[in-house]
Design a protein around this ligand. Sequence first.
Ligand code: FMN
Length: 167
Amino acid sequence: MKNIGIFWGSETGNTRAAAEMIGQSLGVPSSNIRNIASATLDDLAAFDVLIIGTSTWGAGELQGDWDSFFPKLNGADFSGKSVAFFGLGDQVIYADYFQDAMGILYDEFAARGAAVVGAWPDEGYEYTYSRAVRDGVFVGLALDADNQDDLTASRISTWVAQLQGAF
Ligand SMILES: Cc1cc2nc3c(=O)[nH]c(=O)nc-3n(C[C@H](O)[C@H](O)[C@H](O)COP(=O)(O)O)c2cc1C
C-alpha cells in the first residue's frame, strides 16, 4: 500500500470527523491525518497519495484554513501523485454553491499535475449548481452532514472501497 496522507480543513468538526473515518477505513495512521491549519507544502509532498478534505463556507468559498494555505499551492508540483478529494457541504441552504470548495481545490491540484482519483456520482443529492461537478459527477466524495448525515458512513465505506481499487 502506498504512503497515504489525509489533509483536512474544518470549522465545526464535520470534515475532521469524515477525515478520521476515511483514515480508519484505509488503515492510515492517525499521525498521517493532518489539519491543514498546521501543515506545510513539504508535509503534502511527503506522500505518494493525498486525500484532501474541505468544507465549503461563505457562498462557495474554501474553508478558512484551506483559504490561508491556498497561495502556497502556487508553484507546487503534484506530478506522480494520486490525489482524491472529499467535501462537506449543505445542499439545501447552499444549493447554488454545493461543495464548491472541493471544486476549487480540484482545479488547483489538477493544474499542478495531480492524477485525480475518486470521482463520485451525483445521484441522491438535490442541488442547483456545484463547482465540484464535472461531466455529471462530483470530482470527489460529497458529504452533507447537515441534511444526510445518516448516509455519511455508507458513502465513506463505498468510496474507500473504490479508492482502494484505484490505488
Ligand atoms: C455560514 C455558512 C456558509 C456555508 N456555505 C456553504 C456553501 O457555500 N456551500 C456548501 O455546500 N455548504 C456551505 N455551508 C455548509 C458547511 O459546509 C457544512 O455545514 C459543513 O458540514 C461544515 O463542515 P466543517 O465543520 O468541517 O467546516 C455553509 C455553512 C455555513 C454555516
